[in-house]
Design a protein around this ligand. Structure first.
Ligand SMILES: Nc1nc2c(c(=O)[nH]1)N[C@H]1C(S)=C(S)[C@@H](COP(=O)(O)OP(=O)(O)OC[C@H]3O[C@@H](n4cnc5c(N)ncnc54)[C@H](O)[C@@H]3O)O[C@H]1N2
Ligand code: MOO
Length: 406
């Protein structure tokens, strides 16, 4: 069995070999996408010298205390005035308006006394100010976002301000998954004895999309080698064109665990077939027809924890992003036992003690079939192989289950 770090390195290296495709998308569809090219500003921002305040555009040399200036016009935002401000003159101006020629200072309206068409300087003006020079944000042709930038909320306004309506983005990697098992029925079904609900696809699809991949649900195969084989063939075919195939369940050693044999019959080659981790031991990885296959265990907690450990780094690596270590240390709210030989990822939640001090509390039951702890436990305590017991108050290493926010 290999360890988690080795498995992650293998998966990251495989993702780096997926060939990129790109597509052009409008701004409202690019949140979380990755820029395929360097992005240059189409315009200068601000495109003109703009007033930063409501007041009067004047020549700073006229700003002696008590000086009287004549108002010769008005410049409102979007309605500039084509006039030159000469000595002794002022133009009424508002925040965001284009500053007329000849003016090098905006005196704010609180600093003047208005007398009909004149203003009197009421307060000392220490320096010429309140004009935002054209281009102080960026100039036409400046690189505003380099290739490889993941588009986050603030980037959208930068692009819009640079008069960019659409950009070329990397296509999301296509992660096609399927479940398998005769016992699995879809939500809403009336269950017969021995049947359960096929719950895994919902969180797995959501995680894939959350981390920037395109989730493709290929459905649920019965425990039948041919049906599973057909789904592998379908995933590789032109209709689906998966970059990564994720079979869920049937990964272990039971008589009806047909996934790996169906994979081998389709020309698949195993790269690793078990990880020394709890939950998630039967997780496996392989290559098939130029695609990679990440086999997850069917147990729901195992599938979700393995997704958190491997699918997010895989998607990030595809985009050329570095794997970021999101670990934190928090004191334990309860003691925990010594760990066994497999690295353990305990479902846990952050709780608050008396002085708002944060503690990490593991879920009472860590069975790998349990989904209910995930309702409130959104962190994982990492325990390395054979780690000693820890007492309440000892520091534990924790990771957010959802990974990095996009
Ligand atoms: N003799 C051994 N038995 C098992 C071993 C082992 O090493 N030797 N490993 C155990 C471990 S660890 C795990 S984890 C499970 C994983 O088994 P599989 O990946 O083969 O998963 P299944 O057998 O298909 O299912 C396990 C469990 O999960 C339920 N399941 C499956 N798919 C779904 C789904 N889509 N949604 C909800 N629940 C699902 C399934 O009904 C089973 O209860 O193997 C141990 N056994
Ligand atoms: O490794 Mo399994 O995922 O413990 O139950």
């Amino acid at each position: 069995m290999i360890c988690v770090d080795e498995a992650r390195q293998i998966i990251i290296a495989a993702a780096q070999n997926i060939s990129w495709r790109s597509e052009t998308l409008p701004l409202h569809q690019i949140l979380g996408r990755v820029a395929a090219d360097d992005i240059l500003a189409n315009i200068t921002q601000p495109p003109f010298n703009a007033s930063a305040m409501d007041g009067y555009a004047v020549n700073f040399d006229d700003m002696a205390l008590g000086a009287k200036l004549t108002i010769i016009g008005e410049a409102a935002a979007g309605n500039p005035i084509d006039i030159k401000v000469r000595r002794g003159q002022a133009v009424r101006i508002f925040t965001g308006s284009s500053v007329p020629d000849g003016a090098n200072h905006i005196i704010i309206q609180e600093d003047v006394e208005r007398q009909g068409d004149n203003i009197i300087v009421k307060n000392v003006q220490p320096t010429a100010r309140n004009i935002r020079k054209s281009g102080i944000d960026f100039n036409e042709g400046d690189m505003i976002l380099p290739k490889g930038t993941r588009i986050l909320a603030p980037h959208l306004s930068i692009l819009a301000a640079a008069n960019i309506a659409e950009i070329k983005c990397l296509c999301r990697p296509r992660l096609a998954f399927f479940t398998n098992g005769d016992e699995l029925k879809e939500p809403g079904a009336t269950l017969k004895q021995g049947e359960i609900i096929n719950s895994n696809p919902y969180s797995i699809a959501a995680f894939i999309e959350h981390w920037g991949g395109e989730a493709i649900n290929l459905g649920c195969a019965p425990d039948n080698p041919q049906a599973i084989s057909d789904l592998f063939a379908h995933a590789c075919g032109n209709d689906v064109h998966a970059d990564i195939i994720i079979p869920i369940g049937g990964a272990s050693v039971g008589d009806y665990d047909y996934v790996k044999s169906a994979f081998a019959e389709n020309g698949g080659r195993i790269i690793f077939s078990k990880i020394a981790v709890k939950p998630g031991k039967p997780t496996w990885f392989g290559a098939m027809h130029g695609r990679h296959v990440l086999g997850l265990p069917g147990n729901p907690a195992s599938a979700l924890v393995m997704a958190a450990l491997f699918i997010q780094p895989l998607i990030k690596a595809y985009y050329g992003e570095k794997f970021t270590d999101l670990s934190m240390q928090l004191p334990l709210a309860t003691s925990i036992e010594a760990n066994g030989p497999r690295e353990n990822y305990m479902r846990a939640k952050i709780i608050y003690g008396p002085n708002n001090q944060r503690y990490i509390q593991p879920a009472d039951n860590q069975d790998s079939s349990l989904l209910s702890p995930f309702a409130t436990h959104h962190h994982l305590i990492r325990r390395i192989a054979n780690a000693p017991a820890l007492n309440k108050g000892d520091l534990a290493e924790i990771y957010p289950l959802f990974g990095e926010a996009l």
